[in-house]
Design a protein around this ligand. Structure first.
Ligand SMILES: NC(=O)c1ccc[n+]([C@@H]2O[C@H](COP(=O)([O-])OP(=O)(O)OC[C@H]3O[C@@H](n4cnc5c(N)ncnc54)[C@H](OP(=O)(O)O)[C@@H]3O)[C@@H](O)[C@H]2O)c1
Length: 246
């Protein structure tokens, strides 16, 4: 009888990652979280925080070794980190999203539990496919690269029973931006008009999709990208222009 699944969430100290960490604990996972800064609100029992800067490859290697030694082999790995620092945005996005994710997958692919449900989920963005003017070129290229990285590892790790998928959110409400978006009536009206489901998504809804892809319910799904944006990607320019014009 397998014990509680062990899930590693990279970038789980805040935002969508933190919501996911709490969701997984409620669902009975043992959760390890990597981030640079301690979470602002103390984690509940069941979540262990491992401080590490993903841009420091040696420290990252040590941290991954230590967390497997402490809490055992993994059943799921979720990478949600994105670059948010001063400095060269291009270099930062590529190093944080792509180089670190590759290092983590390469080191941990031999550390999943043989014969159990094993999954990797990479969190990308709608901006892997369309252009989001508020983000720079590094973000777009890194997210598009993540989608292809998932397909690559889906093929390479499939024989080991590790599935690799992508979740691509549109803009979502998370605890840190809730007041800003909900307090802005003009933006709320725009989302209502332009998103087929008539609203923004939430971090909790992204966590549910990651949970599904990580679970045995998705046991024959690998190498896929799930766009979770309330349908906004479906609209033609004409349709968007007409709905904005009222
Ligand atoms: N929010 C949205 O509306 C939205 C939309 C589309 C896609 N996404 C994607 O969803 C994911 C999560 O988004 P979010 O808004 O929840 O992000 P967020 O609030 O900015 O959280 C990012 C996480 O990554 C960690 N991180 C960043 N750089 C790191 C580094 N060098 N070393 C270690 N940890 C690092 C952060 O920890 P520290 O702060 O401690 O470093 C934090 O835990 C991202 O990949 C984002 O691109 C989000």
């Amino acid at each position: 009888m397998p014990g509680k699944p062990h899930s590693l969430i990279v970038g789980g100290t805040r935002g969508i990652g933190r919501v996911l960490a709490e969701h997984f604990v409620k669902a009975g996972h043992r959760v390890s979280v990597i981030g640079r800064r301690s979470p602002e609100k103390k984690f509940p029992r069941g979540i262990r925080f491992w401080p590490a800067d993903l841009l420091d490859a040696a420290k990252l290697r040590q941290t991954l070794t230590a967390l497997i030694k402490r809490d055992g082999r993994l059943n799921s790995l979720i990478c949600l980190q994105r670059f948010k620092s001063e400095g060269d945005q291009w270099e930062g996005e590529i190093a944080t999203s792509l180089t670190a994710t590759r290092q983590i997958i390469e080191q941990l692919s031999s550390q999943f539990v043989p014969g159990e449900n094993n999954s990797i989920v990479l969190v990308s963005s709608a901006a892997s496919n369309v252009i989001a003017s508020e983000q720079g070129p590094g973000y777009h290229v890194a997210k598009a690269g993540l989608n292809q990285m998932a397909r690559y590892y889906a093929v390479v790790l499939g024989p080991q029973g590790i599935r690799v998928n992508v979740v691509s959110p549109g803009t979502v409400l998370k605890p840190e931006n809730r007041d800003f978006y909900l307090g802005n009536e003009k933006l709320q009206r725009l989302f209502k008009k332009t998103v087929p489901l008539g609203r923004m998504g939430t971090a909790a809804e992204i966590a549910e999709v990651i949970d599904f892809l990580s679970s045995a319910k998705a046991s024959f799904i690998t190498g896929q990208t799930l766009l979770v944006d309330g349908g906004v990607n479906l609209l033609s320019t004409e349709t968007l222009a007409r709905s904005l014009a009222g």
